[in-house]
Design a protein around this ligand. Structure first.
Ligand code: KIV
Length: 269
């Protein structure tokens, strides 16, 4: 017998902030209505991550993701998960200064039902986050390993390995909180440093590859459900053998068609 655990409670900014030190927050990415609907009854927030550019578009990084692409996928996710708290990742190059950021985030708010946007960057982006939150845009920060910095950093590098970097990350988190963000994604950070970051701020930290002590966790859905076969990062746990389940099902369909076992009499008009 399978049991479906349904802990759905519609989230808002206040509830998210208040959950700090009370309950762990769950976040998963989604890019379309079908899967967003399936995920929406279980998780606290859904992130329309620009990771879609890699996992669904097949690109090698997130940098070529566009605002129109994010708006299209956010609309789909909002259609599927009508009662969920949905965050749209702002793509690379769409928040290079305060005016651009506000113009582009306003476009997301006007064209979709997204509840919030996500911006990568710490102290360096605090003035932009402040400008957005002062103009009624809800912002989730993203510090640590920031995929949009992959070329300028020379790769995807785990952060917080030195005392200096750990201190910088704490300063980043505090700056993002002061700028008015309601939560911060902490990605690819040494777990002891992620713990210190979590203790240093009053808003929830949502970890990915940052250990157990953050206030919540986020995973890319195609990683978590085992659909992405090329590579499994150390921090990912597969909750399903998605790729093999799909391949076996499609093979079975192919065999049934070839053997004239599909469609049956019951499946025809
Ligand atoms: O784009 C994305 O999916 C993300 C998560 C990995 C946090 O930013």
């Amino acid at each position: 017998m399978s049991i479906i655990v349904n802990n759905f409670e519609k989230m808002n900014i206040t509830k998210i902030i208040q959950s700090k030190n009370k309950k762990k927050l769950t976040v998963i990415t989604a890019y379309d209505a079908l899967f967003a609907k399936l995920f929406s009854q279980s998780v606290d927030m859904i992130l329309v991550g620009d990771s879609l550019n890699m996992s669904f578009m097949g690109e090698t990084d997130t940098l070529s993701s566009t605002l129109d692409q994010m708006i299209y996928h956010t609309k789909a996710v909002c259609n599927g998960a009508k009662n969920s708290f949905i965050i749209t990742d702002m793509p690379f190059g769409t928040y290079i200064n305060k005016d651009e950021a506000l113009r582009n985030c306003t476009k997301v708010y006007q064209q979709t039902l997204a509840s919030a946007v996500k911006i990568e960057g710490g102290e360096d982006r605090a003035d932009i986050i402040k400008h957005l939150t002062s103009n009624a845009i809800a912002v989730m920060g993203h510090i640590g390993l920031m995929p949009q910095y992959v070329r300028s950093e020379g790769g995807y590098k785990v952060r917080g390995k030195t005392k200096e970097d750990a201190e910088q990350l704490i300063r980043d988190a505090i700056a993002v909180e002061k700028a008015g963000a309601f939560a911060i994604v902490v990605e690819g950070v040494m777990s002891d440093v992620a713990k210190k970051i979590t203790e240093a701020v009053n808003i929830p930290t949502i970890g990915i590859g940052a250990g157990i002590d953050t206030d919540g966790q986020v995973l890319v859905w195609s990683d978590m459900l085992g659909f992405f076969e090329e590579f499994k990062p150390k921090f990912v746990r597969h909750y399903l053998d998605g790729a093999n389940i799909i391949k076996n099902a499609v093979n079975k369909y192919k065999e049934d068609v070839k053997n004239k076992a599909f469609p049956s009499k019951e499946e025809e008009y």
